[in-house]
Each structure stands twice: as structure tokens, then as C-alpha cells.
Write a new protein. Structure first.
Length: 363
């Protein structure tokens, strides 16, 4: 397949590839869009078939060549549940110089960690939700704390850089410092601090799990103080709206905001070949099996999405960078991107926590 030149407006620096919708963990905070309605396996965005290996490898090649992408993230579901996962990861490493794997850790043995290193994998992300084993496993919906710690240990020893993801929720408040200490002990120097963003199945747990602003600020104080002491850098992937938290107080933390509609969008190619605007979104821009990249990138959704703002944000001095927080969460919970981010809404209306649309206290 020859390289197809993509228009300058269509080039993107990175792409996520979802290898499968399946996962053997049952995280209540999971944002994967195919879990939109619990108890109904056909509800939400549920792929019924996976691309075969040859199709997936060809699709990945086409995506990289046409988009100009230089970094690939391999994710899921749990990507290592695919029997051809290592072949796919090896192919990704042959296409670009930077490949990142997001995995739950339960399938990263010492042998596999060394194999990933030999393939050229740059980094792997694992999730640790608490220093307390029982709480971590409860929030993950699986007995997996020891698996995750072992996976980090094996990956570091194999020479694969490890980052840890911590999802801030009401039920793990106060656990962040312990997770930082675990990272330092394992030799992990990069931690992604993500406040819960309820899309997919997580919309059913907003009332129970959405963190408070006070809880987030307490964690950021820990990140600023202990992160520096331990040499663990902290960054945010899910936006922390600066109208709620004075982010300048935490210079050790790298704050990130929504990329949809920018020059570096977090575009996702899913298990059906659909290109979606981000991994929290069910908005399909096109299908790479039948369309070329330039046609997909001409879809009006990203620009329209970026322009939509809650009325409360119209005069905010942070609106150009924050762009309203996580608007996909607003859409998932309230049915419209122009609604306040659920985090902001609950900060302004704490009495509404148990009245949010779709929010249930089911475990």
C-alpha cells in the first residue's frame, strides 16, 4: 500500500486503536461507550464482530499513512484479550516510533513484558485506584491489585516505561498519596490523575462515584508536595475546570484539556473501523474500511463540538483553553454538550447529586 498524502488540515499526531470491546474487569467508572445501559448486552455501542487480523493490520497501516500519525495507543476494552494482540502491537511498532499500550495488567507476565520490550513498545499504562487492595479490587470489579503491581514491576525491569492511571472518585478519596508511594517504590515516574468522567456505563454511578472539588484539591495538594518529593510527575488527561480549581497553585501538575476540535485530537479507530472523535464519544466521523482519511476528517462534528459551550461559560476567561470541561460527559449524563460538565454542575448544585439523569446507586 503506497503512502497517500493527506491534506494539512487532516494530519494528526496520534491515534488510539481499540482492539476489542471485551474486558475481564468490571470498573464502575469505565467510560467505554458500549456499556451505556447496564443489564442489556446489546445496548449502547456494542460491536458484534471484531476485525480479523489481516483487516486490522491493513486498517492500521492505512490510518498511519493517510493521517501522518506518529504515535499509536493500543487500547480496548482489554487489548491483550485478543489472541493476535502481540502481532498487532508488533505491527504498530513497525509503523511508528512511539507505541503506548493501555492494559488492565492481568495479562502482563514477566515473559510478555520482555516480549513487549523486544517489539519496541515505548510505554504501558496500568490503573491503580487505591493503596488498599480490597478497595482497589472493589472499584475494579476484579481481584487484580497484585496482578497490576506485578505487571508494573515486570515492565519496568524489562525496560518498558510505565505510567499509572489514577481515577479520582468519591469512594477512593484519600488513597492518592498511597498510590503515589506505590509508583515510586516500583520505579514508575509518570502518573495520570483523571477525575471521573461519566460516559458509557459510568453514567449509572454518577451519584455514588463523582468526586467533590474539595477531594480533587486535596489530591492535587498531595501531587504538588509528595509528587516532587518522590520524583513522580503528575498530569491530568480528563479536564479539571480552572473555574473550580486554581490550577496555578500546582505547578508540578501538567493540566490537560479536551482535544476535540484542536490540531491534536484524541481520535479513536475502533474494532469496526469507525473513527470516533474521542474514546469517550460515540460520535462516528466515518469508517476507515470504506473511506479515506481526508473525507473522514471533513466531518463537521469536531468543529461544532468545540464551539458549543454552556451559557455559564460564555464570559469565562478560561473558555478558550478549558472549552467547557468534559462535554462528552455532559452529553452522556444530560443529553447535550452545551450543558455544564457534571463535575461543575454538582459543585454548583450538590443537592442534585441523587437526582441526576441516569444516575443510580447500583453497585
Amino acid at each position: 500500500m503506497g503512502i497517500i498524502e493527506s491534506g494539512s488540515d487532516s494530519r494528526v499526531p496520534r491515534l488510539d486503536f481499540e482492539l476489542t470491546a471485551g474486558c475481564d474487569h468490571r470498573c464502575a467508572h469505565c467510560y467505554n461507550i458500549w456499556g451505556a445501559r447496564e443489564g442489556d448486552p446489546q445496548a449502547g455501542y456494542v460491536p458484534k464482530k471484531l476485525l480479523k487480523t489481516e483487516q486490522l493490520l491493513g486498517l492500521m497501516t492505512k490510518a498511519v499513512q493517510q493521517s501522518g500519525c506518529e504515535h499509536l495507543t493500543i487500547t480496548g476494552g482489554e487489548p491483550l484479550l485478543r489472541r493476535d494482540a502481540m502481532e498487532v502491537i508488533g505491527h504498530a511498532c513497525s509503523l511508528v516510533t512511539s507505541v503506548h499500550l493501555i492494559t488492565n495488567g492481568s495479562h502482563v507476565t514477566e515473559e510478555r513484558a520482555h516480549e513487549l520490550s523486544k517489539l519496541g513498545l515505548r510505554s504501558v499504562q496500568l490503573t491503580i485506584l487505591a493503596g488498599n487492595r480490597a478497595l482497589h479490587d472493589k472499584l475494579k470489579g476484579a481481584v487484580c491489585f497484585d496482578d497490576t503491581v506485578r505487571a508494573a514491576f515486570h515492565a519496568v525491569r524489562a525496560g518498558v516505561a510505565v505510567s499509572v492511571c489514577y481515577v479520582a472518585m468519591a469512594e477512593n478519596q484519600g488513597q492518592f498519596e498511597a498510590v503515589l508511594e506505590i509508583c515510586a517504590a516500583l520505579g514508575v515516574r509518570d502518573l495520570s490523575y483523571n477525575r471521573m468522567s461519566p460516559t458509557g456505563g459510568a453514567v449509572h454511578h454518577v451519584a455514588r462515584l463523582m468526586p467533590t472539588v474539595e477531594g480533587i484539591e486535596a489530591d492535587l495538594e498531595v501531587a504538588q508536595r509528595r509528587g516532587q518529593e518522590l520524583g513522580v510527575r503528575v498530569g491530568t488527561a480528563m479536564p479539571v475546570p480552572p473555574c473550580l480549581v486554581r490550577t496555578e497553585r500546582y505547578p508540578w501538575v501538567r493540566f490537560g484539556y479536551c482535544s476535540t476540535g484542536t490540531h491534536a485530537p484524541n481520535l479513536v479507530v475502533d474494532v469496526l473501523g469507525n473513527v470516533r472523535s474521542c474514546n469517550l464519544s460515540d460520535q462516528v466521523l466515518g469508517n476507515l474500511l470504506t473511506e479515506d482519511w481526508d473525507a473522514i476528517m471533513a466531518h463537521p462534528y469536531p468543529k461544532r463540538f468545540r464551539k458549543e459551550l454552556p451559557s455559564e461559560c460564555a464570559v469565562c476567561p478560561y473558555r478558550s483553553s478549558c472549552t467547557g470541561g468534559c462535554k462528552e460527559s455532559s452529553y452522556a449524563v444530560f443529553g447535550e454538550c452545551s450543558h455544564l460538565d457534571p463535575l461543575v454542575y454538582l459543585a454548583l448544585h450538590p443537592e442534585a447529586r441523587d437526582e441526576l439523569p441516569l444516575a443510580q446507586d447500583a453497585t
